[in-house]
Ligand binder design. Sequence first.
Ligand SMILES: *Cc1c(COP(=O)(O)O)cnc(C)c1O
Length: 401
Amino acid sequence: MQKKITGLIHHSYVPPKGFEAPQPGVFKASTVFFPTVAAMRSREWKDKTAYTYGLHGTPTSYMLEERLCALEGGEQCLLVPSGLAALGLVAMSLLKSGDEVLLPDNVYGPNKAIVEGELSGWGISHQYYNPMDPQDLEAQISSRTKLVWLEAAGSVTLEFPNLVEMVRICQRRKVLTALDNTWGAGLAFAPFDLAPDTEPAIGVDISAHALTKYPSGGGDVLMGSVITRNPGLHLKLKLTHMRFGIGVGMNDVEAVLRSLPSMALRYRTHDEATRILAQWANAQPEFVQVLHPAMADSPGHAHWKALCKNTPGGAAGLFSVMIDPRFSQDRVDAFCDALKLFRLGYSWGGPISLVVPYDLASMRTSWPPHLAKGTLVRFSIGLEAVEDLQADIAQALLKLR
Ligand SMILES: *Cc1c(COP(=O)(O)O)cnc(C)c1O
C-alpha cells in the first residue's frame, strides 16, 4: 500500500482536456517529462514542436514568442529577463574579438555601458556615429564592423533618424543591423518592412524590445525580446541564449500575455495625451525646445513623418523639454520635485506618468548642434487625464519661476 505522501505526489487524477478561457494557462517547469528513454535521447531541444527543459520554453513562453513575432512582423523570438539583457544577448552572440560595433550617439545609455564596460575588455571595439547623418554612419563602417545598432527615436532626446537610409547602407555594406525597437514597440512602424513596395525589401536584421515598457504596461515586469526573420541568425542568438542559461519566469510571461491585447489601445492613448502636452509645453517660455518627433520643428520630424503612422498610435508617450539655461540645476530639480502626479522614476510605458532630469552633456560625445542649450527633462506620459497632467506641470513651473 503506497504511503499518502507518495500518492499526493504521483496522483492519478488528470483534468479533462479541452479547457478554454480568455487567458492562456501558466505552464511552469524546470523539469519536463519524457515518456521513454528513447524519446529523451532523440529530443532535439531547438525544435519548438515539443519540450525539453523549462529553460528552453513551455507552452506559455512559446505563446508569447509567437504573439510578439506577430506584433513586430518577425519570425523567430527569444525572451530574456530585461530589455537590457536583449541588448547584451545580441552583442554576446554576434561579436567576437577583433570585431567592431557602431552605435548612434543617442543610443540607450546602458548600451554604451555594455560596449565600454564589457565588450572593450573582450577585444571588441566600438564607435559612435551621428544618428542624424547616414553618411557619418557609412564612413565609419570598416571591414571589422560586424553590427550596427539603430534606435528610432533616440533615447532621451528623441531625434528621429533616417532609418530607411541607414538600413539601406548597412544592407549594401553587408553589416548586420539591430534596432532597439522599444519606442516604436511594433506599432508606430514595422521594423522588418521599413519601405513597403521597394525591392529588395528594407528591414532590420534584429529587433530588440524592452517588453518592460508597453507590452507589460504595468511598471511591474522586466522582460525583453530579440526578434529576427532569419533562421540562421536566430540559431546563433539561440545558442548563446541557451549556453548562458538566459531564462524568464512564466508568471512574468503570463503578465505580458495578459497586457498584450490592450497594448495598441494604451499606446494610442499615451500618444494622444503626449502630443497634447508637448504642444502645450512648446508654448511655455521656460522650455526653449520641446523634443517629440511628431512636432514639426523636432529633429528628424520629416523622417518620422515618412516612416510612422501620422495618426494616433504613431508615436510613443515620451517627450523631453530643454529648460532655459538661465535656470540653475537646483531650480530644475525643484521643478521636478514639485510635480505631484508625475513621479520620479526610470523606465516608462506604465499607467503612471514619470519625469527624469538628465545631464545631457555627460551622455553625448559632444552637444548635438540641433539641440538648444539648457537642462533636459524627460516626461513619460501615463494614462492619467491629460488636463490633470497639464495642470501638474503648470503648478510646478511656478516653482521654477
Ligand atoms: C528601458 C529600455 C531598455 C531596457 O529595458 P529594461 O527592461 O529596463 O532593461 C532598452 N532600450 C530602451 C530604448 C529602453 O527604453
